[in-house]
Design a protein around this ligand. Structure first.
Ligand code: SF4
Length: 146
């Protein structure tokens, strides 16, 4: 069982109320080979919601709200689901403050990228789960979810 970001499977759970469908990821879920989770929704956030970025050790929205606790709570719940399903690998949404792997936005909301992991990915790596992004695995994505 592969762990995947729910938005990559087409669920409209992103901050902007849309999904980010990756056909190959959606096919894995349909075939019963992948578990789709959205750690931000599991943490109690709603969609749509203000965009957020990691700044040092906090997660802040564009309007300055500190949502760090919700991000960590959702990551823990999503990790629990991943363990229950026996996931050892993951394909997660690139550059997200939760699901980003290896590269995230710098907290200035200016589009600048820095090396780093999202909150969920940092936790998964600690748990020994191997993470890749949809950009590592698959070419061809479409914004969906309206
Ligand atoms: Fe997608 Fe992850 Fe953001 Fe949820 S937290 S919308 S699964 S990138």
């Amino acid at each position: 069982m592969i762990l995947v970001s729910a938005c990559l499977a087409g669920e409209p759970c992103r901050y902007n109320g849309l999904g980010f469908t990756c056909p190959a990821v959606a096919a894995l879920v349909t075939a019963g080979k992948a578990l789709a989770v959205c750690p931000e929704l599991l943490g109690g956030l709603s969609t749509p919601r203000p965009p957020a970025e990691i700044f040092v050790d906090r997660v802040l929205t564009v309007v300055g709200e500190d949502v760090t606790a919700a991000y960590h709570e959702g990551a823990q719940l999503a990790l629990k689901l991943a363990r229950q399903a026996g996931c050892r690998t993951a394909i997660l949404k690139a550059r997200s403050p939760s699901c980003g792997c290896g590269q995230i936005y710098d907290g200035s909301f200016s589009g600048r990228l820095i090396p780093g992991d999202g909150v969920f990915v940092a936790l998964l790596k600690q748990a020994g789960i191997v993470v890749q992004t949809e950009e590592d695995k698959i070419i061809g994505m479409n914004e969906t979810g309206e």
